[in-house]
Design a protein around this ligand. Structure first.
Ligand code: SRM
Ligand code: SF4
Length: 572
């Protein structure tokens, strides 16, 4: 759609806009009637448009699907509550902030957990209506907000954690924060509604536009060679180019995204295209105009084809890039060389070049909770009570205790060990497996993911042991539906939920996260895919080339075809 609200030239001019366009237009810059709904204690939920509008404020209305049937039987409304997702550019959180969120999760959320996400932030699940305002005010009191962590806007900006090169990380992190701030909505609706802020009239959204973006938009600042943030899942990526450890500019990658819809060949996961290099001073202009071109050219009729990845395939990447250059008044230079070599977090201690120590804790599924045999939440709280550095949430749902002085290392490690935050028995396979939240809170889940992953990993560990490669691993990711929140569409083995106990199995991603996998088995259960994996792992072990990973092996052997261009290859 162009700025004057007409569909763009590639769409049928008579096509009807998606209803989300109406609700954004009528929302008075994201206010809707949320305030009225908040006062209505007859229902725990939000009504009509407000159900969608609260997303722009970082919340989703949910109910626990495990107890839904029982409540229906009792003729009760589902137990409506909200999930909150915070805005934490680069995933950095200070100990005092940690203590505040820990307290809130414990006292005011239904599940008591802090859930680290695949996009370097945390979620509270199960916050009831009477506690929502208090939650935002608590967050605000420690300098956290949840503006634009959901909805048709630029979301939380990621930044590779890189604990080793402190100066480069600091510079990249500052850019992640600046980009996040630059692309935030200008409306003061959040402060007005949740923080009892002064009423100020909003008259325009200079970057996002009065109807915001056609769809969600995701951005990263990435420090190669670690592709922990998975650039190809993101609309816009700034890949850091350094000279002698100092940041000089970015290669800009545009148009990645992973979601699809089962059975709809017009939807597919797609890698981002490399537009070229820019020097640092152009960063915000380029960010702004990749957003503005997507804002004006993106599909506002069909939300399934509204993300930047489809805009690039509709108009052509060259046309999109030329328009960005024109609007920003900046020419992309030829891309500078860089390489991604891995994505996993280095679990355990590393020493930074500044002499500080950093401990990466493996948090299975990112769920920080006091389990009977491992009180993870208490352990994190105890570390936060003595820690003088900060915490970094990684895009692999793990947590780094960053900036520990040498003399405090042993105390931090002891707390972590005492509370199950360090477990030497965790295999490389477990540490390189990931799942999305899925059931019971996700309304879109078709199959289990987070609750299933630990058992599945044990079974895959068994297969690796059987074939005598226990120290090796395969990047394994499970998602409860094809939206792909656990980034299964960049895994060596990706399971995508189809129905309870049934998954589509995709093979052929690589270690670096630069290849989309391809469908191998459709709508199957463990009884089918575990024997199939057993067989394939056997072949891999006997026929692999030196250090060849599983994903590369299945492509070389033609077990699945390589996806080079998603639009043509993914469903072929
Ligand atoms: Fe996601 C929707 C959880 C990362 C693609 N995602 C959802 C919702 C909010 C369900 C809903 O719309 O009601 C899920 C809430 C579950 C719950 O109970 O918490 C949900 N997504 C998550 C998280 C928490 C998964 C996790 O286990 O960590 C991640 C939160 C990230 C964050 O902090 O912002 C999460 N979601 C992703 C990713 C991965 C990434 O960005 O690196 C993707 C794929 C990349 C991409 O966008 O292409 C992803 N989520 C989606 C989609 C499909 C979007 C699309 O292009 O069609 C939806 C559904 C939608 O937007 O309509 C979705
Ligand atoms: Fe929910 Fe699907 Fe995302 Fe999993 S992939 S969290 S099931 S929307």
């Amino acid at each position: 759609m162009s700025k004057d609200n007409k569909p763009n030239s590639k769409l049928d001019p008579n096509a009807k806009f998606a209803d989300n366009e109406r609700l954004k237009t009528q929302s008075n810059f994201l206010r809707g009637t949320i305030n009225t709904d908040l006062k209505d204690q007859l229902t725990g939920g939000f009504t009509a448009d407000n159900f969608q509008l609260i997303r722009f404020h970082g919340m989703y209305q949910q109910d626990d699907r495990d107890i839904r049937p029982e409540r229906t039987k009792q003729k009760l409304e589902p137990l409506q509550n909200v999930m909150l997702r915070a805005r934490m550019p680069g995933g950095i959180i200070k100990p005092e902030q940690w203590l505040a969120i820990d307290k809130f999760a414990q006292e005011k959320s239904m599940y008591g957990s802090i859930r680290l996400t695949t996009r370097q932030t945390f979620q509270f699940h199960g916050v009831l209506k009477p506690n929502i305002k208090e939650m935002h005010q608590m967050l605000n009191s420690v300098g956290i907000d949840s503006i634009a962590t959901a909805g048709d806007v630029n979301r939380n900006v990621l930044c590779t954690t890189n604990p080793v090169e402190s100066q480069l990380h600091q510079e990249a992190y500052e850019w992640a924060t600046k980009i996040s701030e630059h692309l935030l909505p200008h409306t003061k609706a959040y402060a007005e509604i949740w923080l009892n802020g002064e009423k100020t009239e909003t008259t325009q959204e200079p970057i996002l536009g009065s109807t915001y973006l056609p769809r969600k938009f995701k951005t990263t600042v990435t420090i190669p060679p670690n592709n922990e943030v998975d650039v190809h899942a993101n609309d816009l990526n700034f890949v850091a180019i350094a000279d002698n450890g100092k940041l000089v500019g970015f290669n800009v990658l545009v148009g990645g995204g992973l979601a699809m819809t089962h059975g709809d060949v017009n939807t597919y996961p797609r890698k981002a295209d490399d537009f070229g290099f820019i020097s640092l001073e152009h960063t915000l202009k380029i960010a702004e105009h990749v957003v503005s071109v997507q804002r004006d050219w993106g599909n506002r009729v069909n939300r399934k084809n509204a993300k930047t990845k489809y805009t690039l395939d509709t108009f052509g990447a060259d046309a999109f890039k030329a328009e960005v250059e024109k609007r920003a008044g900046v020419q992309f230079e030829e891309s500078r060389p860089y390489e991604f070599t891995h994505r996993g977090d280095r679990i355990g201690w590393v020493e930074g070049i500044d002499g500080k120590h950093h401990l990466t804790l493996f948090i299975e599924n990112g769920r920080i909770l006091d389990y009977p045999d491992k009180p993870l939440k208490t352990g994190c709280r105890k570390i936060a009570q003595i820690h003088q550095g900060d915490f970094r949430m990684t895009a692999n749902q793990n947590l780094i205790v960053a900036g520990v002085p040498a003399e405090q290392k042993s105390v931090v490690e002891q707390i972590a060990r005492d509370h199950g935050l360090i477990n030497d028995a965790h295999t490389a396979q477990r540490k390189n497996s990931m799942a999305c939240v899925s059931l019971p809170t996700c309304p879109l889940a078709m199959a289990e993911a987070e609750r299933y992953l630990p058992d599945l990993v044990t079974k895959v560990e068994g297969l690796l042991e059987k074939h005598d490669v226990s120290d090796d691993n395969i990047i394994l990711r499970v998602v409860g539906c094809p939206n792909g929140c656990g980034r299964a569409m960049l895994a060596e083995v990706g399971l995508v939920g189809k129905g309870l106990g049934k998954y589509n199995v995709y093979l052929g991603g690589n270690r670096e996260g630069t290849r989309v996998p391809k469908l191998y088995l459709e709508n199957v259960g463990e009884d089918v895919y575990l024997p199939a994996l057993d067989e394939l792992i056997g072949q891999w072990v006997s026929d692999r080339q030196t250090d060849e990973c599983f994903g590369d092996f299945v492509i070389r052997k033609g077990i699945v075809a390589e996806v080079k261009v998603s639009k043509t290859d993914f469903h072929a």
